[in-house]
Ligand binder design. Structure first.
Ligand code: UDX
Length: 434
């Protein structure tokens, strides 16, 4: 059952985590990427994404001879001196294309490249989030009756991806071939997780259904936080009370500046498209997206009100730029979305993020990124906390108060202790708290 030869195509967050974790379960994994420099770096054990535990896992498994990196899918599949590859994981990007639908060109390119190379009986696994029906499309593109296609969606959160892979809530494997599904499920058997074997279309839909539900939960909480402010209630008290209901649960109930990241925005837009193509207006998902836009605008309204009604020419300090704490990922970050709205109203922005010491051209344009929170506070008329980095709690708020132009904090993550801030002379404003 173990020590099976597996190929993983694509070494992004999902591919690298999948490859390293499968190797740690005892399988022999060959990871392929099209970027030669990345392959060289990974071969030396250098991991350039911020993912706790991943560098160690990569290094350990390279040293144990269970994990290797090669340039291009061909080399991962055709290795004359090795046992034939049994399972090929596709972990290539499926970004949001025009109109919100997933862009499948990378999946298509790999399928075209490997179709004649796959050994008979091998299983191709779609790990990337792909539209419902892609397993079937991939099967047709491969044009091989002796190769099965399986959908095995990942549910990894950035920043805890290794932990999530090794401690999954569930493993979902969908295929029209029971045997192929069982062979893929067996790769994870050491984890002892609940395993659902289903058809390919249902497995593909599980990922969208779960992510859009979570995004809806957050939009609900963010709208609720606005209502709390209007009614003089405290959203933290309300969500705590809601969360004791086991059907709801205490997690994923923290209001913020809107949700973002590499999955939720892409998956909500894609599910809307998928529903529309199936002749259905899935307006709950539409409302989830509209509420997210509104949440970002509401943050800007709060900042504008806090600085006297106009943002023009005002220097605003931003604490946090990544889409959540624990990652260096800026993709679809709500912090950057809020920054863009502030800039559009004429604010001058200076930002600090522990994971992004310098600006990234084309991504953080419009924000002067500094590597010192004091420099963010200097002469600013307000500080806006946008990412829930725990280290912001431990900042020397008295020192920040000494250099800031006007001691005002808008804490969109309800992260800081209001008493500490008040003692340091700051006016503190949270979200959904009176
Ligand atoms: C998500 C899913 O959780 C994961 O299962 C899927 O595979 C990929 O998408 P990720 O994008 O890494 O993972 O981030 P997640 O931790 O889910 O957070 C998404 C966004 O929601 C972030 O912007 C985060 O700040 C926000 N969020 C999360 C809140 O605003 N409040 C919360 O209570 C939780």
């Amino acid at each position: 059952m173990f020590a099976r030869r597996i190929a993983v195509i694509g070494t992004g967050y999902v591919g690298l985590t999948t490859g390293a974790c499968l190797a740690s379960l005892g399988h022999h994994v060959v990871c392929a990427d099209i970027d030669p420099e990345k392959v060289d770096r990974l071969t030396r054990g250098e991991v350039d994404i911020l993912e706790p535990g991943l560098p160690e896992l990569v290094a350990e498994n390279i040293a144990a001879g269970r994990l290797e990196f090669v340039l291009g899918a061909r080399k991962a599949i055709v290795a004359p001196d090795e046992p034939a590859v049994e399972v090929v994981f596709l972990c290539v990007p499926t970004p949001m294309g025009d109109g919100g639908a997933a862009d499948l060109r990378a999946v298509q390119a790999v399928a075209n490249e490997v179709r004649h190379l796959l050994p008979a009986g091998c299983v191709v696994v779609n790990k990337s989030t792909v539209p419902v029906g892609t397993a079937e499309t991939t099967r047709k593109m491969l044009g091989r009756r002796d190769v099965s296609v399986v959908s095995n969606p990942e549910f990894l959160r950035e920043g805890t991806a290794v932990h999530d892979f090794l401690n999954p809530d569930r493993i979902v494997v969908g295929s029209d071939s029971q045997d192929a599904a069982e062979r893929v499920a067996a790769l994870y058997s050491k984890l002892g997780a609940p395993t659902q074997l289903t058809d390919a279309a249902s497995a593909e839909l599980v990922k969208y259904a779960a992510n859009c539900f979570l995004a809806m939960k957050l939009s609900y909480v963010n709208a609720l936080s606005e209502l709390c402010e209007r009614l003089g209630a405290d959203v933290l008290e309300v969500t705590e009370g809601m969360g004791y209901d086991r059907r709801i649960g205490q997690t994923f109930l923290s209001p913020g500046p809107g949700w973002g990241g590499s999955c939720f925005p892409k998956d909500t837009h894609a599910l809307l498209q998928i529903a529309e193509a199936a002749g259905m207006d899935f307006d709950l998902v539409g409302a989830t997206l509209r509420t997210n836009t509104r949440t970002r605008e509401r943050v800007v309204e709060k900042v504008r009100d806090a600085v006297g009604g106009s943002l023009t020419g005002k220097r605003i300090g931003l604490l946090g730029l990544t889409f959540k704490a624990g990652t260096d990922d800026l993709r679809d970050s709500p912090a950057l979305a809020v920054a863009e709205l502030l800039t559009a109203e004429g604010a001058e922005l200076v930002g600090y993020d522990p994971a992004c010491p310098t600006g990234v051209p084309g991504v953080t344009d419009g924000i002067s990124v500094v590597d010192d929170p004091l420099a963010v506070a200097k002469d600013a008329v307000a500080l806006v906390v946008l990412t829930e980095w725990p280290q912001f709690r431990a900042l020397d708020w008295t020192a920040l108060g000494g250099v800031i132009g006007s001691p005002v904090v808008i804490d969109t993550r309800n992260l800081l202790d209001p008493d500490v801030l008040r003692r340091a002379g700051f006016a503190w404003m949270g979200l959904g708290r009176s």
